[in-house]
Design a protein around this ligand. Structure first.
Ligand code: PLP
Length: 386
């Protein structure tokens, strides 16, 4: 991108966000214009700010009906949700989990927390998410099915889950991915942390695999301060998720008896109250995002700059808007110039196998992941009131 186009871009972003020349424009900031204060005050007035209170159940019901999933379990953050979802899917110590290297570190960390190992397979160029083709190629070459599931013939380890991530809200080719994984008897856990409001055909992402996970961190499309949710259409799995995330305490009116090593991962009532208020405005947030995306599309198309758009048969929530620049040099220059001008932009994450703790794990060619990592940047994407 040349100097003139960068200047035009900065001007346009300031125009979208109606901001003065010296104001900092963040990548993504939360918006509170609904019942947030009312519900938070209700928590304080009632003294139920912590592990007891009505908002957790209410939020779980609301999110289930919003995305059309049978059950939801609200937890402290998206990372914890991923960790427990993998355990629920059957991931055990020494297993392998197929995932993508182009992701936020929490995806990979959640595998390690289960004492399992990531297998990094390449993404598709169009979705920026795990490629069904690379998964299929890997399994054809390395995998065999035994009585109790799929095994890696070379390492001898069980491949007990596949963990794709819907990058920036753009759905992966989830139907193809699930059909590959079904063939190999591998359960799919969707990292939909960034993708509340994104659809594959008429189904909400996160509800197509065995389990799905969303995050409500401060930078996501909705926030509960901190929070996450595990969703599933399998009630037994979700109930086990509730049990494990609430210290695995057997139900009893006063006795403390725990039959497993559980976690204290329950979402506090005060966070759930915030989440309930935010969820009421999800449709407005989505509308606003779509409007901004449309403005960006028209602008960047006119400059002949590649603004990343949703792919056929999918609907993106446009959580983080992204540009694909010509090459690494163009990317770095764009990042430098925009940040110098107080417009927050950033490159896509470092590929996981380049981080010191994940260097030794298996990876395939990573051709597309490397290509994208040298070109993709995020630009300001906060909702505006419309
Ligand atoms: C935000 C995010 C998470 C983790 O969510 P937290 O609530 O921040 O723990 C996991 N995976 C991806 C892809 C994310 O973007």
């Amino acid at each position: 991108m040349n100097e003139i186009k960068i200047k035009e871009t900065i001007k346009f972003i300031r125009h979208i966000y109606s901001s003065g020349n010296n104001e900092f424009i963040p990548l993504h900031s939360p918006k509170f214009f609904g019942n947030e204060k009312k519900y938070l005050n209700d928590c304080i007035d009632s003294t139920y700010v912590s592990s007891v209170g009505k908002y957790v159940d209410l939020f779980e019901e609301k999110i289930s009906s919003k995305i059309n999933s049978k059950k939801s379990v609200a937890v402290v953050n998206g990372t914890a949700a991923l960790q427990v979802a993998l355990r629920l899917a059957g991931v055990k110590k020494g297993d392998e989990v197929i995932t993508q290297a182009l992701t936020f570190v929490a995806t990979t960390n959640s595998i390690i927390y289960n004492d399992a190992e990531p297998i990094f397979l390449d993404v598709d160029l169009d979705t920026m998410g795990l490629s069904p083709k690379s998964v299929s190629n890997f399994l054809e070459e390395y995998a065999e099915i035994r009585d109790d599931g799929c095994y890696n013939k070379i390492s001898g380890k069980k491949i007990s889950a596949c963990l794709p991530m819907h990058t920036f809200g753009f759905p992966v080719h989830i139907d193809k991915l699930i059909s590959v994984c079904n063939k190999w008897k591998i359960p799919v856990v969707e990292d939909a942390a960034e993708s509340l409001g994104s659809y594959h055909k008429d189904k909400h992402v996160g509800t197509l695999g065995k389990l799905g996970v969303f995050s409500f961190n401060g930078n996501k499309i909705l926030t509960s301060g901190g929070g996450g949710v595990i969703v599933s259409n399998d009630s037994d799995l979700a109930n086990e998720g509730k049990f494990l995330t609430t210290t695995a305490k057997d139900p009893h009116s006063y006795e403390y008896y725990h039959s497993k090593v559980g976690y204290n991962y329950r979402m506090p009532n005060i966070n759930a109250a915030l989440a309930c208020a935010q969820l009421e405005n999800l449709d407005l947030f989505l509308k606003s995002k779509r409007k901004i995306a449309k403005l960006y599309i028209d602008f960047f198309d006119s400059l002949n700059i590649n603004f990343r758009k949703e792919v056929h048969n999918t609907k993106s929530n446009y959580w983080l808007m992204a540009l694909e620049l010509e090459d690494l040099k163009a990317r770095d220059y764009f990042l430098k110039k925009t940040n110098e001008n107080k417009i927050m932009t950033r490159p896509v994450w470092q590929l996981m196998f380049n981080l010191p703790m994940f260097k030794t794990y298996f990876k395939d060619s990573q051709k597309n992941a490397i290509y994208l990592s040298e070109r993709i940047v995020n630009i300001p994407s906060s909702s505006i009131l419309i």
